[in-house]
Design a protein. Structure first.
Length: 258
């Protein structure tokens, strides 16, 4: 009977810990999304376009292939490919970025994103997360961090907390052929999702161009995964201890002479 009770305690402890973890996970995700807002429907008949503005005011050469996103405060983020030798970018094509700041009602100065690039850069894709971090992916021909001489998918982001760009990362690390046309989005948990075209014969894809995909895991999900492992392990250790303690006591009682 006591053996059955020990097994029951072990199972109940595991179920309670799992339920508690699910509650924590759900609440954490709700807290992460609490600043999101709903967009009401509107009458398109009231639309009117603003006057055209020149965004690439610092550019003196070819500009194009633009990507745009708007964050929750209304700041407009723009990224594009530019051939201008601006801020030490060189004479090759680079990725430029600029933002319309709602607080000052003005555009910031252009910034060169592809600062580690020494060759052709283009086809950028941009997204902004709920914390105001600006994520950018693009195609680059630079042999950077062992990426090789073929075109690869590069990525970096503007950290809103430190007000600085991170170091460029190579996303297409498994690629041995040209990567093209990246597309990037960020989900409500802060995970970055990137898809692109690639000519690599990877995982049985064949020698024709295919669509590849990668994503990141947010710090929140990593912490929850660690918490889950800790709770489950603790429950198992506690349940095992109770189980063997009960068995040992039962055996000792049976071995005592009447």
């Amino acid at each position: 009977m006591k053996l059955f009770m020990s097994l029951s305690v072990l199972i109940i402890g595991f179920l309670i810990s799992t339920s508690l973890l699910n509650t924590i996970s759900t609440q954490a995700l709700l807290d992460t999304n609490e600043n999101q807002y709903n967009i009401d429907s509107f009458d398109r008949s009231a639309w009117k376009w603003s006057t055209t503005e020149v965004v690439s005011t610092e550019s003196t050469d070819w500009s194009g292939y633009v990507s745009l996103a708007v964050d929750s405060p209304g700041n407009v983020h723009v990224v594009w490919k530019d051939l201008t030798n601006y801020a030490g970018a060189g004479t090759d094509e680079d990725i430029f970025y600029k933002r319309w700041d709602t607080a000052s009602s003005s555009w910031t100065m252009s910034e060169v994103v592809s600062t580690e690039s020494t060759d052709w850069s283009g086809y950028a894709s941009l997204a902004v997360d709920s914390s105001g971090n600006v994520h950018i992916a693009w195609v680059d021909d630079t042999d950077y961090a062992g990426s090789g001489t073929d075109t690869d998918i590069f990525y970096k982001y503007w950290n809103a907390s430190s007000s600085a760009w991170t170091t460029t990362e190579v996303v297409s690390t498994e690629s041995t052929d040209s990567g093209v046309s990246s597309s990037l989005v960020v989900d409500s948990s802060g995970n970055v999702h990137i898809a692109w075209g690639d000519g690599t014969d990877y995982a049985g894809a064949g020698k024709d161009p295919d669509i590849f995909y990668k994503s990141t895991t947010s710090e929140l999900e990593t912490e929850l995964a660690s918490l889950q492992g800790f709770v489950v392990l603790t429950s198992l250790i506690l349940g095992t201890y109770i189980f063997f303690f009960t068995v040992t006591r039962t055996r000792k009682k049976k071995s005592k002479p009447n």
